[in-house]
Design a protein around this ligand. Structure first.
Ligand SMILES: Cc1cc2nc3c(=O)[nH]c(=O)nc-3n(C[C@H](O)[C@H](O)[C@H](O)COP(=O)(O)O)c2cc1C
Length: 211
């Protein structure tokens, strides 16, 4: 009898603990938005196929429809689809980058992760950090819109840091023609994917309910 009570108590304890334990949701893959979010991955190899300008325009418009602080839209967006720009920037960065720039990659095309198009985003400095949050949200809209249209994307800060720091990259920054006070923050590479990367693991322990 005593043993039965102990087992029953352990069962109650186990069930009770289970209620608070974080549990992975079963993603609803019949929901196209959730499916799109869960299937997006950073793509770093693209086919030669050019992305039509109307598609790039639509993706950029999805970007600027992101939530942004007080709708002040403190951002500027530039679409790059000129191959000369990619090649020129790559030539400038080769030999300067602290990171490998693809010499060992037979499919290497350029330092923007081989993208055939890109969206560069600038915002002003601001003490609150809101402008950078706006830019981040814009970028995620760009990535998800791209994915939904069959394109790959990759958010890139590495090349941006180099562009902002290497004097030889100045002409490429100037070509973006951002307004006074606006600084290039991020570039999203785009194109038709030539790879289908696995999802990188996510730590669901970072998510907690507040009781
Ligand atoms: C702010 C930011 C900067 C990033 N910079 C780079 C970069 O310079 N080069 C790169 O290849 N990927 C870059 N990434 C992509 C991340 O490496 C990628 O999102 C992360 O590894 C998760 O993989 P996933 O996007 O495939 O889920 C950046 C992502 C973010 C959000």
């Amino acid at each position: 009898m005593k043993r039965i009570l102990v087992v029953a108590f352990m069962c109650i304890l186990a069930v009770g603990c289970g209620q608070n334990a974080p549990k992975e949701s079963e993603s609803d893959m019949t929901n196209p938005v959730i499916e799109n979010i869960m299937a997006r991955r950073s793509v770093r190899h693209y086919t030669d196929q050019a992305v039509p300008r109307e598609v790039l325009q639509q993706i950029a418009e999805c970007g600027v429809n992101a939530p942004n602080a007080m709708n002040h839209q403190k951002w500027e967006v530039r679409i790059i689809d000129n191959e000369e720009y990619f090649v020129g920037l790559t030539n400038v960065m080769k030999g300067k980058s602290p990171f490998p720039v693809g010499d060992d990659d037979p499919k290497f095309r350029n330092v923007l992760r081989n993208a055939t198009a890109a969206i560069a985003v600038a915002c002003p400095d601001d003490e609150t950090g809101m402008s950078l949050i706006n830019v981040g949200l814009l970028c995620e809209n760009v990535c998800l819109a791209a994915k939904s249209l069959g394109l790959g994307s990759v958010v890139m800060a590495g090349p941006v840091m180099m562009m902002n720091n290497i004097p030889e990259a100045r002409p490429f920054l100037d070509k973006l023609n951002f307004s006074e006070g606006y600084k290039l923050r991020i570039i999203v590479g785009l194109g038709y994917p030539d790879e289908d990367p696995e999802a990188k693991p996510r730590d669901l322990g970072k998510i907690q309910f507040v009781e």
